[in-house]
Design a protein around this ligand. Sequence first.
Ligand code: TTP
Ligand code: MG
Length: 419
Amino acid sequence: MTSWLTLPMINMDRRILHLDLDAFFVSVEQSLNPSLRGKPVVVGGQPGKRGVVASASYEARAFGLYAGMPLASAHRLCPHAIFIPGSFSHYREASAGFFRILADYTPDIEAGGLDEAYLDVTGLLPGFDSAFHMAQQIKHRVRRELDLIVSVGIANSKVVAKIASDLGKPDGLIEVTKGAERSFLAPLAIGKMPGVGEKTERLMKGLGIATIGQLADTPPAALKNRLGQWGETLHRHAMGIDDRKVEPPGEAKSISRETTFAADTLEEGFIKATLRYLAERVGADLRQHAKRAKCVTIKVRFSDFETITRQCAIPEASDSDQAIYEAGLRLLARAFHYRRARVRLLGIGVSSLQDPGQQLHLWDFTDEKAARLNRTVDQLRKKYGFTSIQTGQTRRLKEDYPDSPDRDGYRLHTPSLSR
Ligand code: TTP
Ligand code: MG
């Protein structure tokens, strides 16, 4: 190999696909229950309950509904919409099917969530004369095999491919040919840029920037002034320049679960039971990934939306529900010491994940026993459903939460966020 080939150059001839399933949660529900097709459908929960829209069908979006909107507002705008709580295990299954299809085309896959991926297909596979034809085939297979619709954008960079897939929705397929990146982006509203939220948009408007073309024409120094490094990056992206690679994900850095309560609460028994349940979900995830955690964090949102986190290290990296819960309890005490007010949302997570390299101390029988118990519980739950096993602390939740239909856990009030 000649030496210049080894330089880390940007290949301007890359072909990158960005794929994103249309109205993912809703579409899975529609494939399970075809009578929902063609109707305004919302996944997220019942409008009388608290929570937000996780996914809205395109028919519902016509009424102004969008992800993140409170269910109550969604109901006001579109009272005849069909509201569904959602069943995460079905979405996970559909997602696995989606990624199985993608894996037939390249190992260069970067998942951007359950329903979103980048593929680097530069060089392609034998049998395809263009990235466009490959995308057509993927769309066809996703429709036939999964009964879902995927929108695809193709370009020489991640940012342009993502904007293209978004622009084509629903059922889109847009390729931005080499050299056309900047003219493709120029007329688009600044809000179409990934990473530009309401706040940045307002700031840009203040600078007289409404379109991506105007952003590209703004001196980068002016942007750096206001937005720092991020401003420079945005400017490059606006010019269609983005050398980020498609990177298959590293391993998970943290695992967490959280839920919003149906009504703000200060009832200690209930809060602790919920904490225990969430800790068990986190522990089960940890064990499934064969990881141990060194650090536990809780998140508490009070009724006025003030949100705090408290974090601590645990003496031995652990994957046990008990250890996570006990650390969580201590952190909860700290949170209440800071402020004793009604709680709107509670979450617990672990980080500093390690492989279970270090052995348990041989004399540490309590750890050994706990580990055995957790393994048995995992096996039973796999067979009979998560809520088939109740620990003393979580039993009382049965009165408050119905089982999810797939017995994959309690149906919390914010199902999409309590994965
Ligand atoms: P998105 O791809 O952002 O949304 P979508 O697939 O419903 O619609 P489209 O891509 O056609 O615009 O998110 C994928 C899924 O992730 C979505 O179906 C539900 C879930 N989700 C949430 O749970 N909460 C959220 O705030 C968002 C944005 C998505
Ligand atoms: Mg989507």
